[in-house]
Design a protein around this ligand. Structure first.
Ligand SMILES: C[S@@+](CC[C@H](N)C(=O)[O-])C[C@H]1O[C@@H](n2cnc3c(N)ncnc32)[C@H](O)[C@@H]1O
Length: 469
């Protein structure tokens, strides 16, 4: 592979070698010192695995281009890798890269049932199960749309579902993504640069040159001779690391839990609430990442405030028109939201196969062997439970504040006093005597507003217990 890359114009390979490291497995070692920021390696555009190159292949390209709907980027790259692997000749360069790829992966989709059960309750557990189904469906689609249409190009014994899973994991664990100046992004595999392991101790230092299309790796710190060179894959939580790359970082500061908030379309006032979610930048099913640094993002509260709205609240919001409930709506709504959240998080935590304290004890006592999948799964469970506990604590703190009346008092109806009809802002406004919720600058505005206000007035009055007609 290295001689093919050098002939193709790669630079830097003479100062590097592949080597095995006890903690990360195979990686890249320096054969000289490098200063922080110095260029270590450049892999030229011509040898990269890209969608563009797959389409340009004289055999594979026409088959891919005739596939409807077109394959996803990951499927295109996976098929490209399997295609090159299946060819006896004509692809020596790329073929030498394929020959150097790992024979198997430790992504969670390869876990045995018992290994996956160690992280029961985690979002990784759910997503991995979904992936099993999705991969089966996607493979069936590939067979119908591509493999069966061009049987001469795709011998079925080299394109089995197991081959497809291996190729997908190759892409997930080795692809690099770059943002282009026009806002698009490019996903590619760079031979040899894909032998670099991850460390959060180095700066992100792999770059894509838009003009040449080359990929370069710069030193993300100073390196001594014989050091392992790392790149930084980004601030990735353990659940994602294990799903895509098959490893974890113990005590990962980027750990997260993907909270799925959803409401059944048959729920009362779904249509009205759906509109509110959309105007608040959400959807009726929203997946929100809870993290150690932001365990209770405002979007979670925003979603639940809307979900928990009662008919009278909705009438009031419709009346205020512009006010999407991004802030606290009322103490009662806020308490309902926070209590529901605390209860839900407790339910999620109870659903974890092994509780946090037990896992911590097991890991410290060496119950799981570090080179086994169960150890990886245990770290994911630990990380997600830590985040969820923090979310619950934060929600409990907020609830205590609201209950004691010391929280943020500003609610939807504490906007500046304004005439509900003519919108004049004034201190000398009179309240609607029935619902007590809106104000007018005078009798004329109150009368003019009556038809519009009637329904909401009745709803609010009945909620407040003043049933006067
Ligand atoms: C881009 S490849 C790096 C080269 C890879 N080690 C190899 O032998 O081909 C990414 C894979 O390397 C491994 N890896 C990368 N960084 C790691 C780390 N910090 N700890 C453990 N494994 C790591 C994981 O198996 C991951 O899927």
């Amino acid at each position: 592979m290295e001689s093919w890359l050098k002939q193709s114009g790669a630079s830097g390979l003479d100062d590097l070698e592949l080597a095995d490291f006890s903690d990360t497995g195979r990686g890249v070692r320096t054969l000289r010192r490098f200063k922080d920021g110095e260029e270590i390696l450049t892999i030229p555009h011509g040898v990269l695995w890209t969608v563009e190159h797959a389409y340009a292949d004289p055999f594979l390209g026409p088959a891919l281009l005739s596939t409807r709907p077109p394959l996803s980027v990951d499927d295109t790259l996976a098929m490209y890798i399997l295609f090159v692997q299946s060819r006896g000749s004509g692809y020596d360069g790329l073929g030498s890269h394929v020959a150097a790829l790992p024979a198997s992966y430790t992504s969670s989709i390869f876990f045995a049932e018992a290994e996956l059960e160690v992280c029961a309750g985690t979002s990784l557990h759910t997503v991995t199960k979904q992936l099993h189904r999705q991969i089966k469906d996607d493979y069936r689609g590939l067979v119908v749309r591509l493999l069966e249409q061009h049987q001469e190009l795709f011998p079925r014994d080299k394109f089995t579902i197991e081959d497809y899973k291996w190729a997908l994991c190759t892409v997930w664990s080795r692809a690099m993504d770059f943002k282009l100046p026009n806002g698009d992004s490019i996903r590619l595999l760079a031979p040899f640069a894909d032998m670099l392991n991850h460390s959060s101790e180095v700066r992100q230092s792999h770059v894509y040159d838009v003009l040449s299309g080359d990929v370069s790796v710069l030193a993300g710190k100073d390196y001594e001779l014989g050091d392992q060179v790392f790149i930084n894959y980004g601030p990735i939580p353990n659940n994602r690391l294990l799903r895509l790359y098959g490893f974890v970082v113990p005590g990962n500061p980027n750990d997260s839990y993907d909270l799925v908030l959803t409401t059944h379309p048959m729920a009362p006032f779904f249509e009205q609430k759906h509109k509110l979610w959309v105007s608040a930048g959400l959807d009726s099913t929203s997946t929100i990442s809870l993290t150690l640094t932001d365990p209770l993002p405002s979007s979670v509260l925003r979603y639940l405030r809307i979900q928990r709205l009662h008919q009278s609240d909705l009438a009031l919001i419709a009346h205020h028109q512009s006010d999407v409930p991004v802030e606290k709506i009322s103490d009662s709504n806020e308490m309902e939201v926070l209590r529901f959240l605390i209860e839900s998080i407790s339910g999620i935590l109870d659903g974890f196969g092994t509780q946090l304290e037990k896992l911590e004890e097991q890991l410290s006592e060496g119950f799981y062997s570090p080179d086994r999948n169960a150890w990886l799964a245990a770290h994911v469970s630990l990380g997600e439970q830590r985040v969820l506990r923090l979310t619950r604590e934060t929600a409990e703190g907020l609830l205590a504040e609201v209950e004691s009346g010391s929280g943020n008092k500003r609610g939807l109806w504490s906007a500046p006093a304004q005439c509900a009809k003519c919108k004049k802002v004034s201190v000398q406004l009179m309240r609607c005597g029935r619902c007590n919720a809106v104000m007018y600058c005078g009798r004329a505005c109150q009368v003019a507003h009556y038809r519009e206000h009637k329904a909401m007035c009745r709803a609010t009055a009945s909620k407040n217990g003043s049933q006067r007609d």
